[in-house]
Design a protein around this ligand. Structure first.
Ligand SMILES: [Zn+2]
Ligand SMILES: [Zn+2]
Length: 252
């Protein structure tokens, strides 16, 4: 089994060191563990992010993981990535970081409208048609950059499940992912914690459109890397006709 959605204590809302997650993944029978902690961004102001690592943490994050990747190389394959938004004005900065640190992959988790400095969080109600549209536009633009290996919790946007116009936006996102052959996530954190995602209309769309689906732990603590629970979900989704994958593309 593989999991590419793993956080660390650095993002201020997850707990545990990289080593804890790695040991747990090995115990649970995983062959690949990808770290995708909430990516830092560069702010021109003195804004201090509260749900992601600071820009000054990048070195420590990367160098710690490189060392652990070497230490554990005979037992598990470690990949080094970020879960990042598509913040249009900051993408050149991100590309520079990707190249400088040889980042293996990015997953696209669109949490904030524009930036977490002054934009609204998408995962809270109410969201109107224009915010759902903006959310989907940003995810689509992100996918079109070719930088992102998959879309994390595509329905983290707190949309109105009974509004056809909002559903049509989400459908547009799924169609674009299919066109670009980018997998969409079944998010274990949302599922196990009974959040508003993964939502029933989203899953229905993914199955009907025939999107590739990837299961991600979205681990914010080591125990969230649970092989048994993941396997149960994968088996059930396969049985229900979803096209499961655990393959992603790498930037390097
Ligand atoms: Zn998080
Ligand atoms: Zn995440």
């Amino acid at each position: 089994m593989k999991n590419y959605h793993t956080h660390t204590y650095r993002c201020h809302h997850a707990i545990g060191f990289e080593k804890d997650y790695i040991e747990q993944a090995i115990d649970q029978g995983f062959t690949t563990l990808g770290f995708s902690d909430h990516a830092p961004w560069h702010y021109d102001s003195s804004f201090k992010p509260f749900m992601r690592m600071d820009e000054t943490d990048i070195d420590d994050y990367i160098f710690t993981l490189r060392e652990l990747r070497e230490t554990y190389k005979d037992r598990i394959d470690i990949k080094i990535g970020f879960e990042a938004e598509y913040f249009e004005e900051k993408m050149d900065w991100m590309k520079e970081v990707i190249n400088r640190y040889h980042i293996d992959y990015l997953i696209l988790g669109n949490h904030y409208d524009g930036s977490d400095e002054d934009g609204r969080y998408y995962g809270m109600p109410p969201q109107d048609l224009s915010s759902v549209t903006r959310y989907c536009d940003q995810v689509i633009k992100g996918m079109e950059t070719g930088l992102f290996s998959y879309v994390a919790h595509p329905d983290v946007i707190y949309y109105n499940q009974h509004d056809q116009r909002q559903l049509a936006q989400l459908e547009r996102l799924c169609h674009k992912a299919k066109e670009l052959d980018i997998p969409l996530e079944f998010n274990m954190l949302g599922y196990l914690h009974h959040r508003h995602y993964p939502s029933t209309p989203y899953l229905k769309m993914v199955r009907e459109i025939g999107n590739k689906m990837i299961v991600g732990c979205d681990a914010h603590e080591a125990s969230a890397i649970d092989g048994k629970k993941m396997k149960t979900v994968i088996d059930r989704l396969k049985q229900e006709g979803f096209l499961l994958t655990d393959e992603i593309f790498f930037l390097q």
